[in-house]
Design a protein around this ligand. Structure first.
Ligand code: ATP
Ligand code: MG
Length: 462
C-alpha cells in the first residue's frame, strides 16, 4: 500500500484536468450509504487479528478517532487466510497518530503515512484520503487518464472509492466489530468475483498497475473476473509502458511469488500483459519451436510454486533468469556470428539482454549480477575435470545454477547425463567424488586434450 501511495504522488508529468464525466461518476459514488455487516454477520474474529494491530486500533478509538482495518488484511481474514500485514485507516491526521504513539514514525513526503513499530512488526496507519470535492484539482491525470497525485485527506466514503477492487475496500470497524461496505465488496467476496470500483476503463487509465493487480488477486484468491472489468484490459495493456519501471518492480515480483506462478503467467499472457513486463521473454516465446522455451519457463514457474508449497525460500533472480535465458543464448549466437569469441559473445549477450529488460521492469543490481552468474555457470558445468568440479561446487551460486541446469535437462536444453552426474557428485563422499571424476576421464572425449596440460605446465615451470 505504501509503495502505491508513495509512487503515485511522485509523478510530475504535465497535467490535464479530468473530464466532467469522470468526476460525476466519482461524486455519485461518494453519495452511497454503506451496508453494515454486524459481528454476527461475518467471520472475522479478534483472535485472528495481530495483537499489535488491535493495540493501534484501540488506542486510536480511545483517543476519539475512527479506526478500521482495511484492504488486503480484511479480505484475507474473511477467507480464513493469515494476512501478510495489517493496515489501518483512520480519520486522525498523521501528526495526531504520531502523538498517540511513542513508537511511531511518519513516512512519505507528500502523502504522509504513519508507521507504528512493534519489534519487527510494522502497522501502517493511513489517514483517509479525500477525493470528492473539486476532483479536477485534487486528482490530476495525464493525457492517458493516469492519476498524477493523490494526496488529500478525506473521509471514509471518499477513501473507499480510491481503492482498487471491491473486495479490497472493506473496513473492519474496531468500534463495534462490524464490517463497513460501501461498494458491494461483501457480495463480491461471497461470490468470489474481482470487480473494480467505478468505471473499469477510467480506473485502469488512472493506474494501469491495477490490471496486473487484478490478475494477481484473481489467481491468488481463486476468484473469477467480472466481465466488464476484463474487457478493457486487452486494449489498455499498452498503458503499462507509461509506468515508471521502479514501480512495476514491486508488483511484478509479487506476481510470481504467491505460489501460483504458472497460472499467473498464463493469465498475464492471455491479457497481453506479460509482453509489457517481460518483452524479451515474450519475443522468445512467440518464436518458440517445439514447445521451447515455453516448456522451460513453465518448468521454472512450476519449480517456484513447488518450493513455495514446501515452505522453501525463493530467489527472485532465478525466475527472471529463466525468462531471459533463451534471449541470452540467441543473442550470444548472433554475437559469435559477428566474430566475437564465445565467452565474450556470451558476456555481452547477458549485458544486452539485461539492459533491454530493465527498460520494462527494473530490478536491483544484485539481481542482475546473480542472473549473470547463473547463466555463466551453465557452461562451466561442462568442464568437470578435477579441481574445476570442486571449485564449481564451492561457488556461492552453485545451488541456483544447478537447479537451473536440472530444469534445462528436463526440457531438452542440457544433457540429462550431465545433470545426473552433478546430482551425484555434490552428495558423494570424497571417495565417491574421486570415482565420479575418474569415470569421467575414462569416458571423456577430451581426455587427450587434457593430457597435454601437465606437459604445458611443465614447460612453464621449466
Ligand atoms: P497483499 O496481500 O498483496 O498485500 P493488499 O490488498 O494488501 O494485498 P497492497 O498493495 O498492500 O495490497 O494494498 C493495500 C490496499 O491499498 C489494497 O487492498 C487497496 O485497497 C489499496 N490499493 C493498493 N494499490 C492500489 C492501487 N493501485 N489502486 C487503488 N487502490 C490500491
Ligand atoms: Mg497489503
Amino acid at each position: 500500500m505504501l509503495s502505491f501511495f508513495k509512487k503515485i504522488i511522485n509523478k510530475t508529468q504535465s497535467v490535464k484536468p479530468q473530464d466532467a464525466g469522470d468526476s460525476l461518476e466519482i461524486e455519485k459514488k461518494t453519495g452511497l450509504e454503506p451496508v453494515i455487516y454486524t459481528r454476527s454477520e461475518h467471520n472475522i474474529s479478534r483472535n485472528q487479528i495481530s495483537s499489535n494491530a488491535l493495540k493501534v486500533l484501540y488506542r486510536l478509538k480511545n483517543e476519539g478517532y475512527e479506526a478500521y482495518l482495511v484492504g488486503g488484511c480484511v479480505r484475507d481474514l474473511l477467507l480464513g487466510r493469515e494476512p501478510k500485514d495489517f493496515d489501518v485507516a483512520t480519520n486522525a491526521t498523521p501528526e495526531q497518530v504520531k502523538q498517540a504513539f511513542r513508537n511511531c514514525r511518519l513516512i512519505g513526503r507528500r502523502f504522509r503515512l504513519a508507521h507504528v513499530f512493534f519489534g519487527r512488526e510494522i502497522i501502517e496507519v493511513a489517514t483517509f484520503r479525500g477525493s470528492s470535492e473539486n476532483v479536477s484539482d485534487l486528482q490530476k491525470v495525464d493525457q492517458d487518464g493516469r492519476l498524477l497525485h493523490d494526496n488529500y485527506y478525506g473521509t471514509i466514503d471518499q477513501d473507499v472509492i480510491r481503492r482498487d477492487f471491491t473486495v479490497n475496500a472493506l473496513y473492519y470497524n474496531i468500534k463495534d466489530f462490524s464490517i463497513v461496505d460501501y461498494v458491494g465488496g461483501m457480495h463480491d467476496h461471497r461470490a468470489g468475483v474481482m470487480r473494480l470500483i467505478g468505471d473499469p476503463e477510467t480506473r485502469y487509465r488512472e493506474d494501469p498497475v491495477r490490471m496486473i493487480r487484478l490478475v494477481r488477486f484473481a489467481v491468488k484468491l481463486g476468484f473469477s473476473i467480472n466481465a466488464e472489468c476484463e474487457k478493457p484490459i486487452f486494449q489498455l495493456a499498452d498503458l503499462l509502458a507509461n509506468i515508471p519501471v521502479a514501480r512495476l518492480q514491486d508488483e511484478t515480483l509479487k506476481l510470481f511469488l504467491s505460489g501460483y506462478a504458472v497460472e499467473t503467467f498464463e493469465m498475464l499472457r492471455h491479457y497481453g500483459l506479460f509482453a509489457h513486463l517481460y518483452p524479451v521473454a515474450e519475443k522468445s516465446l512467440s518464436s518458440e519451436e517445439s514447445g521451447f522455451p515455453k516448456l522451460f519457463i513453465i518448468k521454472a514457474l512450476e519449480n517456484t510454486d513447488k518450493r513455495i508449497a514446501e515452505g522453501k525460500s525463493i530467489a527472485p533472480f532465478f525466475l527472471i533468469s529463466a525468462f531471459l535465458w533463451d534471449a541470452v543464448k540467441t543473442q550470444a549466437n548472433l554475437n559469435v556470428a559477428q566474430g566475437l569469441p564465445e565467452s565474450v559473445a556470451f558476456q555481452q549477450a547477458a549485458s544486452q539482454v539485461i539492459s533491454l529488460q530493465v527498460k520494462s521492469t527494473a530490478f536491483p543490481k544484485h539481481i542482475g549480477v546473480a542472473m549473470r552468474e547463473v547463466w555463466g555457470l551453465q557452461a562451466r558445468f561442462q568442464s568437470r575435470n578435477g579441481a574445476r568440479a570442486y571449485r564449481l561446487l564451492g561457488h556461492p551460486k552453485f545451488r541456483a545454477a544447478y537447479d537451473f541446469l536440472l530444469l534445462q535437462a528436463e526440457t531438452g536444453g542440457a544433457d540429462p547425463e550431465l545433470a545426473a552426474w552433478w546430482t551425484e557428485f555434490q552428495v558423494a563422499s570424497e571417495a565417491g567424488k574421486k570415482k565420479l571424476l575418474a569415470s569421467l576421464t575414462k569416458s571423456s572425449p577430451r581426455k587427450r586434450r587434457r593430457r597435454r596440460k601437465p606437459a604445458e605446465n611443465k614447460k612453464q615451470n621449466d
